[in-house]
Design a protein around this ligand. Structure first.
Ligand SMILES: C[S@@+](CC[C@H](N)C(=O)[O-])C[C@H]1O[C@@H](n2cnc3c(N)ncnc32)[C@H](O)[C@@H]1O
Length: 196
């Protein structure tokens, strides 16, 4: 049996216990993104549409996409009061005929990118809001050789990411972020652009 997004029920059953047990840890993977990041993305990639935000948290990015009529689905593993909860994106198998955009848990960023590319048809986009360090690392280097991002949009001014969604308690940080943008099936020289 599959659920609406292609998750096997059995996988849910197995995950059920661990989702609960890992709830504490998951809390720590929740960093809400300053919605300005979504506004910037739509300015430079205006063709984005039918967006699935698969790690939507409390909807800080998804609400912007919705405001512009570009949101198709918002989901998250954990119920944070927005979108459909209990959806483990990394277990999803149902294809999405649209673009996939999120700020994933950084620890699973590569897995999120790979899964997103697996679920969309050629020509659609995957956009991930990631720390600039995503460019580093041997495993990612191998991945980039096969799946070069079309564009990396580096933020020159700070975009706040608030732990557990608490923007007031979040101080500025030196972490640099970028939108990494893939068009499925595209090969070529990646380009870097600066924004903000
Ligand atoms: C860095 S937060 C970003 C939240 C939101 N995208 C934003 O930008 O405000 C990452 C989110 O990924 C969710 N998450 C973690 N593992 C997941 C998984 N396997 N499937 C779906 N969502 C997951 C967390 O619950 C958390 O809400």
């Amino acid at each position: 049996m599959k659920d609406w997004i292609g998750n096997a029920r059995s996988a849910f059953a197995t995950l059920g216990a661990s989702i609960h047990a890992e709830h504490e840890r998951e809390e720590n993977y929740y960093y809400a993104t300053g919605p300005k990041a979504a506004e910037f993305l739509l300015e430079v990639e205006p063709q984005l549409c039918d967006i699935w935000e698969p790690a939507c948290g409390a909807g800080h990015l998804a609400k912007v996409f919705d405001k512009y009529g570009k949101l198709a689905i918002a989901s998250d593993l954990i119920d944070r009061g927005y979108g459909k909860s209990g959806v483990d994106f990394l277990q999803c198998t149902r294809h999405h005929n649209g673009d996939i955009v999120t700020n994933p848990p950084f620890r699973y960023a590569l897995e999120f990118v790979q899964k997103a590319l697996e679920l969309i048809p050629n020509g659609r986009m995957v956009c991930m809001f990631l720390r600039i360090q995503f460019l580093e690392g041997k495993a990612r280097r191998k991945f980039f050789d096969e799946y070069p991002p079309q564009t990396v949009y580096v933020f020159t001014s700070c975009i706040k990411c608030a732990m557990n969604g608490d923007f007031e308690a979040t101080k500025g940080s030196a972490v640099l972020y970028a939108w990494f943008v893939w068009e499925k099936g595209w090969k070529g020289e990646s380009r870097v652009r600066w924004m903000g």
